[in-house]
Write a protein that binds this ligand. Structure first.
Ligand SMILES: Cc1cc2nc3c(=O)[nH]c(=O)nc-3n(C[C@H](O)[C@H](O)[C@H](O)COP(=O)(O)OP(=O)(O)OC[C@H]3O[C@@H](n4cnc5c(N)ncnc54)[C@H](O)[C@@H]3O)c2cc1C
Length: 459
């Protein structure tokens, strides 16, 4: 659906202020692309609600009219998750961006979904608290909830699902429900909160969330360990995770990626298979002891170099460089698109997955970079190519396919954090078997007309 009728434009205009509904070409074009190679269909219009009541009125109307609706956060997804594949209405949540309350005594915050993660953390930081899930990109809370986003610190602090306590959700037909509550525990009924977390906007629109917060750690310490082989580096991951040292981040990087980062940021890092680690603690003294133990374990695992105690500015620069790995790769290959593998496996299988992935790239002579949130078994392979070059892109797809199949064989998943969107639908049956059919039934029950974020998650 690329055009509304005049009657539909008139009706939609009544639900929000005049500057919050647009059928203008540029606004529509701004909502057809995330960072994936996928493209949505040009939507007929974009609407920016600010209140639950507005969302409910809009969805009641669109449902009756059979208009597809796709929620949009910051548009930083990697799998086409927020793209309007059937056009219709894009519901851009970024003006629904009020921090309703920060309640330090409860370690909680109540927010609207369009609040950006960094904005929230700037505010909660005044009370010594933070919202730990960190996808690198400055995403909205609604987008993070919908994708169950996580990131480098998930091994210590958990993913978004671990921080969502209560939601207000508008269902596809306009009904408003709330899930969960503000108590730290509950055994009451089905866990509907967890059903919506990770549902990628296919079951309804989140209009409010109560989030758990954590205390900002007093002391931080970054360390890098360099190895002669990728195998030794990845095998040391399980040792560090089982050591009781509780790293707050544990990332694996290949020499090829580090070389690219060095070139771009002048970091001067050794271009060797490396582990970037971070530890959080109650004092510098505790962290010094922790680092000494980590160094012993890394050296036992074959590390040739181990550097700690980098200053705060350098520590931030190191993590910024790691967070910007995708942008760095993208900039190095202008005009190319990226296909991102996001498999996650039990950590005992991590070394074989890393080696398998690197071998796939080498054997098929594909341009790609292996790295990942090693501590939680999450493997990224960012492959570079031109989707218009059918043979080249088919090779990248084949590598993606082979890695995901291997990951599922060892009990893993096709996506540790990016979600299914458009790009990973092909793996849902493989990964979930009969559970996939049940997911489809749940979708049909809640959205019988198939209008909420259509053509996502299910083939
Ligand atoms: C450089 C880079 C690095 C990244 N690294 C990571 C990483 O380490 N870990 C990680 O998890 N992700 C990562 N991502 C992916 C991305 O940032 C996350 O998935 C993020 O959660 C997307 O949030 P968003 O606000 O951009 O949402 P969008 O991309 O706009 O939307 C995401 C999904 O949420 C739905 N949605 C949005 N708002 C609502 C709402 N209010 N109610 C219901 N559904 C809604 C959309 O329909 C869509 O399905 C990275 C992205 C980039 C660009």
């Amino acid at each position: 659906m690329e055009q509304f009728t005049q009657a539909q434009i008139d009706a939609l205009s009544t639900f929000v202020d005049p500057d919050r509904f647009s059928t203008g070409q540029s606004n529509r074009e701004l909502h057809i692309k995330d960072i994936s190679p996928h493209r949505g269909k040009l939507p007929a219009g974009v609407i920016w609600p600010t209140r639950t009541e507005e969302v409910a009125a809009i969805l009641t109307y669109t449902y009756a009219q059979g208009i597809p609706v796709t929620p949009w956060g910051a548009g930083t997804s990697t799998e086409g998750n927020p793209l309007p594949m059937r056009g219709g209405l894009v519901m851009d949540m970024t003006r629904m961006n009020r921090i309703i309350a920060i309640r330090p005594q409860d370690l909680q915050a109540d927010v609207q979904p369009g609040v950006f993660r960094k904005t929230l953390n700037a505010q909660t930081g005044r009370s010594g608290l933070f919202f730990p899930p960190d996808p690198g990109a400055d995403a909205t809370i609604g987008g993070m909830i919908a994708n169950n986003a996580s990131g480098v610190q998930t091994i210590r602090y958990g993913a978004t699902k671990d921080y969502v306590m209560r939601l207000v959700v508008v269902l596809p037909d306009g009904r408003v429900i709330h899930t969960g509550g503000k108590a730290h525990k509950s055994s009451s009924g089905y866990d509907l909160t967890r059903l919506f977390v990770g549902s990628e906007g296919t079951l309804g629109v989140v209009t409010e969330a109560t989030l758990k917060l954590a205390g900002i750690p007093v002391a931080h310490l970054a360390a890098t360990a360099t190895f002669d082989s990728l195998e030794a580096a990845s095998e040391t991951v399980a040792v560090l995770m089982g050591s009781g040292l509780a790293p707050a981040a544990l990332e694996l990087l290949t020499p090829e990626l580090i070389a690219l980062m060095n070139r771009e940021k002048e970091l001067g890092l050794a271009e060797k298979p490396s582990l970037f680690c971070e530890f959080h603690g109650i004092s510098e003294a505790v962290l010094t002891e922790t680092a000494a133990m980590a160094e012993t374990l890394c050296r036992d695992g074959g590390a040739r170099g181990f550097t700690t105690g980098v200053k705060e500015r350098e520590r931030k620069e190191l993590w910024r460089a790691r967070h910007e790995a995708w942008e760095t790769i993208h900039r190095a290959y202008p005009g190319r698109e990226t296909l991102i593998v996001d498999a996650a496996v039990p950590i005992s299988s991590y070394p074989q997955m890393v080696l398998f992935s690197q071998r796939q790239l080498d054997e098929k002579k594909a341009v790609g970079f292996v790295f990942g949130h090693a501590g939680d078994g999450n493997l990224h392979v960012v492959m570079v190519g031109d989707p218009a070059d059918e043979a080249e892109w088919a090779t990248l797809e084949a590598i993606n396919h082979n890695i995901v199949h291997r990951a599922v064989e060892v009990g893993g998943t096709c996506t540790g954090e990016h979600g299914i969107g458009v790009g990973k639908r092909q793996f849902m049956q493989l990964e979930h078997g009969e559970g996939y059919a049940l997911m489809k039934q749940i979708k049909d029950l809640m959205d019988p007309k198939g209008l909420m974020n259509p053509e996502k998650m299910f083939l």
